[in-house]
Design a protein around this ligand. Structure first.
Ligand SMILES: Nc1nc2c(c(=O)[nH]1)N[C@H]1C(S)=C(S)[C@@H](COP(=O)(O)OP(=O)(O)OC[C@H]3O[C@@H](n4cnc5c(=O)[nH]c(N)nc54)[C@H](O)[C@@H]3O)O[C@H]1N2
Ligand SMILES: Nc1nc2c(c(=O)[nH]1)N[C@H]1C(S)=C(S)[C@@H](COP(=O)(O)OP(=O)(O)OC[C@H]3O[C@@H](n4cnc5c(=O)[nH]c(N)nc54)[C@H](O)[C@@H]3O)O[C@H]1N2
Ligand SMILES: [Mo]
Length: 811
């Protein structure tokens, strides 16, 4: 989609800032250790896609996208700047008083004091002795290695897996359960559909283009979020969206924000009030029921529990019919429009494409449950181009799946030793991490069982940035400054998390080591060697090297590495995949040939273009039942009924969230805070490059607000504003635009945290949205994070805004 508005605008803006070249200053270049003055190229890949790294005079200067990438991400231009960022952690570092007093050091000084450079031997000895000490004292269950995060790609250097592998060989540790992305849906969907559903291949784009008459983007921004993938992105979705634009197929965007995807596709914009999608869907479902326009055949043959749901829908059980008029009051969409939308969707072949922000909110479980219920009433699930899809916006869902072997990674391994009693409570839902640290011994519910939070004494985080990703920053900081005795961070950069640690281990970036990866989480179209581009900068080391060295000190170095170097693992994993391929008659060259070329490509399966999700179930639900207790779609779940959770009733239900525009609290904090994912970063990653100059406003993270909300506060575009609520406060740069609905503000996640002082409620000078979010679980069922359940107020910042120091190193 090389002609899309998004890409053209980005490339123009970018070349103005970077001159089309590398995003780094000459001064930073000069400080880098001298390399051989060599010119060469290397093929590699990371979350952003496949590219060739150009090296000039020993320096990585440019990432040139893979020739057949239909829409490379503009963010590729930030790659050299990522490698040479001034924020690189250059050496192993230890917090001054921790070096002196060990775990007895004053924890409240975290983030306040200097770090001292130590040798690798000293750092590794210290880490190993801390792990030994805690294990001997309070046991493996007081070591937290949840270590959630979007570290880079690679089957070998997956720091979270390597950390788990190391700790399993040492008797175990407390890990993280689920993710921040889809926590609510991935727990409820197995009850409803028998699959996680959020990570499933979607009905193909070809099927959509040939059959669909109406595409609904339900809180999904395909052009923005498909730039990156968990495995390197193949960008197939851009071809899909490009063809969709030319096809003339009708597109509707239901979103408080008019997205780039909506604009590119000239979609009708339905600016729903945030967090009220369940009410909107109920209003539509009521319309279809009342007018007899729903598929009785589908409901009867493919679902269970519609009758029990009906009592709620019609108001028989609670006296409140969930009709279009009822929904209009909650959603701020006129009843006529709700009726019209419902009838249109039932009338045409419709694909409901939903993103995930809708479920990253309190009661987030209900949204996709209600979407599946609505799609069931429309009755097109399993038909070409019809039904719903929860991953068109992610990992390029809807691409063509190749006939390819699975590339495995180094495994997290088997638990060794009896230190960890056999029980299933050792992992904590990832978004409950601060809660766990603050409330050891407290019980919580999760998916039908009650658990107890362990008492954590040591935290080891490698490849994630909790001081970006976790909600309610002041609360996380409080947890870190009060509870754990030891905090170890392993990252290439001085993130806010690293600044708040005791021991900081400098990981190299993927450009500085060799690895292997599959390309395209769904398409699986290639296996590729991530060739090393440059030598490790400063004293940084690969994650594999670091964990191997610590394992050695813990007494099981050989068991950890299985005697293989990273290069030997690349060959081993390739040959393992080749064994599967040979058995399936999929052509794969011998390793030497592969490693010379750099990649092997796999052809799409013969019928990939015709793939329709749920087609088999549709054809014969008895022969191909779903993995639910009934084998059918569960509109009412007896399993969930048995849990007796007020926060997650047994059928889709509209429940008011703790903070929304209809809450009493909206009088004090009248703006709903949305924190979607940034178009020009991967979470907090790349913010520490010159690339941020392409989106920053007044040197801060932008916040977008409606002209009426802006003028009521005397705010214009370019102003520095203070965003605040009872939990926190942050500065941001105002963007006034009627592309966000009134009453909502858009403040992307991932702006680097930059506290102005060491108080309990410091002003973030740069714009970390999680200073303002609410740290509560989605419900007792999934305990996901509730990013989008937050109200704020906003004012023009008076006086001279303080200088941003987020990208300064603490040494
Ligand atoms: N308000 C709000 N908050 C959110 C969200 C939201 O929608 N709103 N979304 C949530 C979601 S869905 C997610 S997935 C999380 C993301 O949260 P994170 O995944 O924690 O965010 P990243 O910024 O990607 O952090 C990855 C870290 O890994 C480091 N890293 C990169 N490569 C390597 C490597 O090779 N080795 C090591 N050791 N480290 C490496 C990076 O420098 C970075 O610090 O954020 C969540 N937070
Ligand atoms: N460029 C880029 N791409 C990414 C990422 C990134 O950081 N940067 N992160 C990756 C990761 S880890 C994940 S989990 C996915 C996230 O994928 P998503 O969760 O789908 O992405 P978001 O941007 O949070 O939200 C998508 C849309 O939902 C809308 N929305 C918010 N609240 C509501 C609401 O109440 N109702 C409706 N109808 N719409 C609403 C937002 O305005 C936004 O346009 O993206 C992945 N892709
Ligand atoms: Mo995510």
């Amino acid at each position: 989609m090389s002609d899309s508005k998004l890409s053209r605008r980005d490339f123009v803006k970018l070349s103005a800032v970077t001159g089309g070249g590398a995003a780094l200053s000459t001064s930073s270049l000069q400080r880098i250790a001298p390399f051989a003055r060599q010119n060469y190229t290397r093929l590699t890949a990371n979350h952003w896609g496949v590219f060739t790294a150009e090296v000039k005079n020993g320096k990585f200067v440019r990432a040139v996208p893979f020739a057949r990438d239909v829409q490379p991400s503009a963010m590729l231009q930030a790659m050299p700047g990522r490698a040479y960022s001034e924020t690189r952690v250059r050496y192993p570092m230890v917090r001054a008083s921790f070096l002196k007093n060990g775990h007895k050091a004053d924890r409240s000084l975290r983030g306040k004091e200097k770090f001292v450079r130590v040798s690798w031997d000293q750092a590794l000895d210290l880490v190993a002795s801390e792990i030994k000490r805690v294990k001997a004292g309070t046991g493996n269950k007081s070591i937290f290695t949840g270590s959630y995060g979007w570290h880079d790609t690679g089957a070998i250097n997956n720091p979270r897996t390597l950390l788990t592998r190391m700790m399993k060989k040492y008797g175990g540790s407390v890990g993280g359960l689920g993710d921040y992305s889809t926590a609510a849906s991935q727990v409820i969907m197995p009850h409803v559909l028998g699959t996680l559903e959020v990570y499933e291949q979607q009905t193909s784009w070809d099927s959509i283009l040939a059959n669909t008459k109406l595409v609904v983007l339900w809180g999904a921004d395909l052009l923005k979020t498909n730039q990156i993938g968990w495995a390197p992105a193949d960008h197939y979705a851009y071809e899909g969206v490009s063809r969709l634009r030319k096809s003339g197929i009708e597109v509707i965007c239901i979103n408080p924000l008019r997205t780039e995807t909506a604009k590119t596709l000239k979609a009708e914009w339905v600016a729903v009030r945030p967090q009220t999608d369940v009410a909107l869907m109920l209003g539509m479902a009521h319309t279809l029921y009342q007018q007899g326009k729903y598929s009785k055949d589908f409901i009867e043959n493919y679902t269970v529990g519609f009758d029990q749901f009906l009592g709620y829908l019609t108001g028989k059980t609670d006296g409140v019919p969930k009709n279009a008029e009822w929904a209009a009051k909650i959603t701020d969409i006129p009843a006529k429009k709700i009726t019209e939308l419902a009838l249109k969707m039932a009338d045409k072949r419709t694909m409901l494409m939903s993103g995930w922000a809708v479920q990253r909110a309190q009661h987030g479980e209900q949204v996709h449950w209600m979407l599946v219920t609505l799609a069931s009433m429309i009755g097109q699930i399993g038909l070409p181009g019809g039904g719903f899809g929860l991953s068109y916006h992610y990992d390029n869902g809807g691409s063509l799946t190749a006939k390819a072997p699975a590339l495995s990674g180094i495994s997290s391994g088997e638990l060794v030793g009896a230190a960890w009693p056999a029980q299933d409570t050792k992992n904590i839902p990832v978004a409950r991490a601060a809660e766990m640290l603050l409330n050891p011994g407290a019980t919580f519910n999760y998916n039908g069982k009650a658990y107890t939070y362990p008492d954590i004494h040591l935290v080891y985080w490698a490849g994630g940035n909790p001081m970006h990703h976790h909600y309610d920053r002041n609360r996380v900081v409080k947890a870190w400054r009060s509870k754990p005795e030891t905090i170890i961070i392993q990252d290439p950069f001085w993130t806010a998390t690293a600044k708040m640690a005791d021991i900081v281990l400098p990981a190299s970036t993927t450009f500085e080591r060799e690895d292997i990866t599959q390309v395209g989480s769904y398409s699986q179209k290639m296996i590729l060697v991530m060739q090393k581009v440059i030598d490790p900068l400063y004293e940084s080391k690969s994650d594999y090297w670091i964990f191997s060295e610590i394992s050695k000190r813990l007494g099981f170095g050989k068991e950890f590495t299985e005697g293989r170097s990273e290069a030997q693992w690349v060959e081993f994993l390739y040959n393992d995949a080749k064994k599967q391929a040979d058995a399936q008659k999929i052509p794969m060259p011998p390793f030497d040939e592969f490693s010379k070329k750099g990649y092997v490509e796999f052809a799409p399966e013969a019928d990939a273009k015709n793939f329709v999700r749920f087609a088999d179930f549709r054809k014969d639900p008895e022969a191909n039942p779903l993995g639910t207790p009934s084998g059918k779609i569960e509109i009412y779940s007896q399993t969930i009924e048995g849990f007796h959770y007020a926060s997650c009733p047994p059928h889709p239900t509209w429940m008011e969230p703790a903070e929304w525009l209809g809450a009493a609290k909206a009088e004090q904090y009248p703006l709903q805070l949305l924190s979607p994912h940034p178009a020009h970063r991967l979470h907090s990653q790349l913010d520490n490059t010159a690339f941020r100059q392409t989106y920053e406003v007044a040197g801060r993270e932008p916040i977008t607000l409606h002209p009426a909300d802006a003028s009521a506060r005397g705010i214009k575009s370019g102003d520095v504003v203070r965003v605040f609520n009872d939990r926190g406060q942050a500065l941001a740069g105002a963007v006034v635009s009627d592309e966000v609905r009134r009453g909502a503000v858009v403040f992307h996640e991932g702006g680097w945290y930059d506290p102005a002082d060491h108080s309990d409620n410091p002003l973030c000078k740069h714009g970390d949205v999680n200073t303002l979010t609410l740290d509560i679980g989605t419900s007792d069922l999934a305990q996901g994070g509730s990013a989008n359940t937050a109200l704020v107020q906003l004012e023009r910042y008076k006086g001279t805004p303080p200088a941003v120091t987020a990208f300064n190193n603490p040494v």
